[in-house]
Design a protein around this ligand. Structure first.
Ligand SMILES: [Zn+2]
Length: 508
């Protein structure tokens, strides 16, 4: 693909190659752009999450089902989405969440789920992610509103199994982003739309939606079945129940009070836009994934030479005479850059020898790449090794030293003993806990969160059973979630309950 043209009129394009399909010319993108004020979509969606499965690298897990109503004004940059969700992961429950925004500010209302009931300004990252998703989900409107377009013909030989008919490819520019829309050679309708996005583990990754079941709505074709993949892994299936254009109530649905909201953050909008697949896939888990959390990086000594970096996702730093060990790596690389700068100020001469990853979930490992680039060895369960080795080999320029933990491993590279123990748990197959023997301090992620009022009893019991099984002499617990230190044995009377009950009571 080489030819690009500026199109004042979106229906004008350059054909490259010899076989122009007739069908695409039948869609008048100019009139679609001019005639569609708003589009209203009702759909039933299943969402899947590739990087939270129990087994690293396994098939994506099913995280939620929801009914969604979306009303969108593409030319005016306004949208309203209302999601009625049945949550499956991380915890079962129900949640209603709605977003009303323009391109820079908006309001998020939610009730149920982990976050309780709230009405808050919509995060700029979420605004970016939602608009990106609307464009990607509606390829005819994407084609109609593209700022630049180039067209080529031919087979897609790299993915020939998806469609054996000749395809026409439209390369688009919109909002400073390149998109690819592939037109099915038989129907003349988009078979897929894709773009590349940032992925904390894999760097640039394809975000693609495949379309089928096309139906005319006011003579405009809309797909009624959508299947979305990031890096060829399933993240969403959507069946549309209805599509309408220019409905009478659209204006009232899109209306909100802009003057009451704080100004948006363009950089965060771009951040969410550039990884809409990450921001949207845990839509049901609340809003904690909508910030890189770079402004709250503090290193707090909780025991001699042991430091907690508190956040929604905590790190632990273990200091030794010959180096440092870091346990877990936050959600996003941006936060790791800040943490690395703080660590370099505090310990200018001491390298990070180990990055100990408790498990593969992206909210505890998404920030791993900048840490590994300093030369740290990665310590993780042997059950995760294949997954991480493949990620490192396919995305990192340097060789990464991967240290695999079976049942138990003792590490002495920082001049202070650190132990890693295998933990059998429902939460993740390849789970380890890090232990500093001279302080009898154990760090776990997700199983027990110190000083939180409620714990998920199944995962808590998994950790306590592992401590008994290995005979670990624990006095102090610290966690990837929660705060500070909790003494062992843990008094959880009144604090552990099946999570189902917790959600029914509506407690936070
Ligand atoms: Zn986890």
């Amino acid at each position: 693909m080489s030819a690009w043209t500026k199109t004042g009129s979106a229906a004008v394009f350059i054909l490259v190659g010899s076989m122009a399909t007739v069908a695409t010319a039948q869609i008048d993108y100019d009139s679609i752009r001019n005639e569609i004020g708003t589009v209203s979509i009702e759909a039933r969606v299943q969402r899947f999450e590739p990087i939270q499965s129990v087994v690293a690298g396994a098939f994506p897990i099913h995280t939620s089902n929801y009914d969604v109503v979306a009303v969108w004004d593409p030319a005016g940059g306004r949208a309203h989405e209302s999601w009625d969700m049945e949550l499956i992961y991380p915890l079962p429950g129900e949640m209603q969440i709605s977003f009303t925004s323009n391109e820079t500010v908006g309001t998020r209302r939610q009730s149920g789920g982990l976050a309780g009931r709230s009405v808050e300004p919509m995060e700029s990252s979420r605004i970016g992610a939602n608009f990106k998703d609307l464009w990607l989900s509606n390829p005819i409107l994407l084609l109609a509103h593209a700022e630049q377009r180039a067209v080529s013909n031919g087979d897609r030989d790299d993915n020939g199994d998806r469609n054996d008919q000749p395809l026409e490819s439209h390369q688009l520019a919109l909002e400073g982003t390149e998109w690819l829309v592939e037109i099915d050679g038989t129907s003349g309708l988009p078979a897929s739309a894709s773009t590349t996005e940032n992925d904390p583990h894999r760097g640039r990754i394809e975000n693609r939606i495949d379309f089928s079941d096309w139906r005319d709505v006011d003579s405009i074709p809309f797909p009624f079945r959508l299947e979305q993949f990031t890096g060829d892994r399933l993240v969403r299936r959507e069946i549309r129940a209805g599509v309408d254009v220019n409905t009478e109530d659209a204006e009232s649905v899109l209306a909100f009070e802009v003057s009451e909201l704080p100004p948006g953050d363009p950089a965060m909008r771009r951040w969410g836009w550039d990884m809409s697949h990450i921001v949207l896939k845990r839509a049901g888990g609340g809003n904690i994934g909508n910030y890189p959390q770079i402004d709250n990086v503090a290193i707090e000594e909780i025991a001699p030479g042991i430091f907690l970096v508190p956040s929604t996702h905590n790190n632990l730093i273990i200091e030794g005479p010959e180096g440092l060990a870091l346990v877990d790596a936050s959600w996003y690389p941006e936060r790791s850059h800040t943490l690395l700068a703080r660590m370099a100020e505090r310990w200018p001469e001491r390298p990070i020898r180990y990055l100990i990853l408790t498990h593969h979930h992206i909210d505890h490992t998404g920030g791993m790449r900048p840490v590994i680039e300093t030369g740290a060895s990665v310590v993780t369960s042997e059950k995760n090794a294949g997954y991480f080795r493949e990620v490192f080999e396919s995305t990192m320029a340097q060789d990464v030293n991967l240290i695999e933990v079976g049942q138990f491993l003792s590490l002495d590279g920082i001049g202070r003993e650190i132990h890693a123990y295998d933990v059998y748990t429902e939460h993740a197959d390849g789970m380890i806990a890090a232990y500093v023997p001279d302080e009898k301090l154990l760090f776990n992620a997700d199983l027990f969160s110190p000083n939180r009022p409620l714990q998920f009893s199944l995962w808590f019991d998994d950790l306590m059973n592992a401590i008994d099984w290995h005979g670990i002499d624990v006095e102090k617990h610290v966690g990837g979630h929660g705060s500070g230190i909790a003494a062992h044995p843990v008094d959880v009377s009144g604090h552990t309950m099946p999570v189902i009950r917790r959600l029914e009571t509506g407690a936070n």
